[in-house]
Write a protein that binds this ligand. Structure first.
Ligand code: DP6
Length: 335
């Protein structure tokens, strides 16, 4: 058995302030709309890969347990793609540790595929710049293309499908200047979701009469969000993020059958956010494919927001995040 040296990569989840919801090309993971996110400084994923000539398939563990089912298939399909690009044939041992609950709408696939893209690219000797790495991560999970970058990132939907679309669809970092943003995450339920975001997205596009109007309004949200970031207007950033997220959930509620990720506990968090606003604290909510709510506010208000969320009876845990780093190799690894 030959085992080459290991490559480890670390990546953080990102939360979209203007959401990605819906693909125009499922194979290449090309979205209908541009999206904009902030990479967090919490819940890192650490992934170590080792080339192993003795393997006849990729072996994957997640949090020390063998990966199975759809997750394993997605990882193997992704690694086939990386091998195809590199011309190499050896399989990998992949060991991933998530510090975030997997599959609970807390963006574990974004940090997961960003870390895997970087580790596998290095292990197979692909010489990719950040744009190339972002395009590669996108093929694992769309939102992962944004976690290649720290801070704020804009994922360009690009144009066309297939190879043409592939070249034009990647994330870029955005300068958010002095925006003093905190994201307070209220975990109300850490159980894996009943329907994957991938399947829910597909059903929404195919059956929801609200999808097209939301996608259309998302263009304006993105333009308004960019302008708000440029002027450092945190209240506007929060307002746009909240309306965009609520609109995305409306598209799902109108799908047939409906997709409902928000629970009564999520709505209680939304009520609390509304109350905070009435007391003069600029707090705004965003929710992804799960019941947990992330509350945007200025750094100086984060503690008061966290206390308010903690006081709700069904909040399991509250953790405050700030903008965090992009995908990277550990300190001292200069490959
Ligand atoms: C609601 O990136 O997990 O979090 O591309 O099918 O892997 P796939 O989907 P994924 O979807 C994320 C959807 C979202 C919104 C967002 O992150 O923009």
């Amino acid at each position: 058995m030959t085992v080459d040296s290991a490559v480890t990569a670390i990546a953080h989840p990102n939360i979209a302030l203007v959401k990605y919801w819906g693909k125009r090309d499922e194979e290449y993971i090309l979205p209908h709309t541009d999206s904009l996110s902030v990479t967090l400084d919490i819940y890192p994923t650490t992934t170590t890969v080792r080339l192993d000539t003795a393997l006849d398939r990729d072996q994957v563990t997640v949090n020390r347990a063998p990966a199975t089912g759809e997750m394993l298939t997605r990882i193997r399909t992704f690694l086939d793609l990386v091998r195809g690009m590199s011309g190499r044939a050896e399989y990998l041992r992949v060991d991933t540790t998530n510090t975030v609950p997997t599959g609970a709408g807390l963006a574990s696939s974004a940090s997961g595929f960003a870390a895997l893209a970087l580790a596998a690219a290095v292990a197979y000797g692909l010489d990719l710049n950040p744009t190339g790495l972002s395009r590669l991560a996108r093929r694992g999970s769309g939102s992962a293309c944004r976690s290649i970058f720290g801070g704020f990132a804009l994922w360009h939907a690009g144009t066309g499908i297939g190879e043409e679309g592939d070249l034009s669809s990647y994330a870029d970092p955005i300068d958010a200047g002095a925006l003093d943003l905190a994201l307070v995450v209220a975990v109300v339920d850490a159980a894996p979701k009943e329907i994957s975001s991938r399947a829910a997205m597909r059903r929404t596009i195919e059956t929801s009469p609200l999808y097209a109007p939301w996608a259309e309004s998302s263009h304006q949200d993105l333009a308004d969000m960019r302008a708000a970031i440029t002027r450092g207007d945190l209240d506007a950033v929060g307002e746009i993020a909240e309306r965009n997220a609520l609109g995305m959930h409306a598209t799902m509620l109108a799908a047939r059958p409906a997709v409902r990720y928000l629970s009564p506990a999520s709505l209680r968090v939304l009520d609390c956010v509304g109350q905070l606003r009435r007391t003069g604290i600029g707090a705004f909510a965003t929710m992804d494919a799960g019941p947990n709510v992330k509350v945007l506010c200025r750094g100086g208000h984060a503690e008061r927001v966290a206390d308010a969320l903690r006081s709700l009876s069904d909040t399991r845990s509250v953790i405050t995040a700030r903008p965090g780093p992009g995908a990277r190799l550990p300190d001292g690894d200069s490959r």
